[in-house]
Design a protein around this ligand. Structure first.
Ligand code: SAM
Ligand code: ZN
Length: 266
């Protein structure tokens, strides 16, 4: 499992050469979509795009247009302490569920996962977990506050910087409801997932208690407003992305609906 470090010049390196090569094999240049990314130096050999890293976080994108999300991650006293407790309950439920579909040593990706609590917990259980977000703030929280050992990547869910067919489980929760074009994102998640393996998406449930919250004209934290999904609506989204539906369930006191899909074997 790769362990990413950074030297004083800002060059990234990975302890153990085999892990280094392994990691390079996983990456795809978001610029030219070629599989020619090297980590030392960190660039694409095909199109010569240079990438960077910050404190061990691999950066394929820089912060831009992330102000909505930075606002989301700015902490509000008391409110956020309560939210942390609720978030922990939800993420523990999710981790237990996902653990049924992934073994130690296998690879998971949580794109748009914010601080990626679930990835941190999966990593603790021996899974090679990769956490990705567009914004740097949640990744820094993951690193500094959660002490997450997951591999942290700053990248775009709509142009995932990983090659096709490599993850055993690709998942996120409370993410896809914020996008006007979730199907495009879901197709990207399916692309990086191994044939025969799993994609899981969790979103707010239309017929759950969270819908009452949606009746409010404006929310405490604007970034939380997003589409709610019925079970059928979410299943259709996964089916439209070419996934076979394996399971669906509500979780977190019926506030969320999750659907597990499988990528068809070629
Ligand atoms: C509601 S948060 C996820 C919360 C997380 N599941 C949790 O339990 O705390 C949604 C995340 O999506 C990220 N995001 C928004 N657009 C993105 C994109 N195009 N690619 C990757 N991440 C994105 C935001 O930065 C934000 O951290
Ligand atoms: Zn390139």
């Amino acid at each position: 499992m790769p362990m990413i470090k950074e030297n004083l010049k800002g060059e990234i390196f990975i302890i153990s050469p085999s892990s280094f090569e392994f990691m390079e094999q996983l990456l795809r240049c978001p610029s030219c979509k070629g599989n020619s990314v090297t980590l030392k130096p960190f660039l694409c050999k095909k199109c010569n795009t240079k990438y960077s890293s910050n404190n061990g976080i691999i950066q394929f994108v820089q912060d831009q247009n992330t102000h909505t999300w930075d606002h989301y991650w700015k902490r509000i006293p008391v409110y956020d302490n309560i939210m942390d407790i609720l978030r922990t309950i939800m993420n523990v439920q999710l981790k237990r569920y996902l653990k049924k579909h992934v073994q130690a040593g296998e690879l998971t990706l949580e794109p748009g996962g914010g601080s990626a609590y679930v990835s941190a917990m999966l990593k603790e259980e021996g899974i090679d977990a990769y956490a990705m977000d567009y914004a740097s703030v949640p990744l820094q929280i993951a690193q500094q506050q959660l002490k997450s050992k997951a591999t942290l990547v700053q990248g775009d869910l709509f142009n995932i910087p990983f090659t096709d067919n490599i993850f055993d489980v690709t998942f996120n929760n409370s993410t896809m409801e914020h996008f006007p074009n979730p199907l495009d994102g879901l197709k990207e998640m399916a692309r990086v997932t191994k044939p025969g393996k799993y994609v899981f998406v969790g979103v707010p449930f239309t017929y759950g208690p969270l819908s009452v919250y949606k009746l409010k004209k404006s929310s405490f934290k604007g970034a939380w407003d997003g589409t709610t999904y019925s079970r059928q609506g979410l299943k259709k989204l996964l089916t439209d992305a070419g996934l076979e539906i394996i399971d669906s369930r509500t979780f977190f006191f019926r506030c969320f609906i999750g659907v597990l899909g499988r990528k068809l074997e070629r």
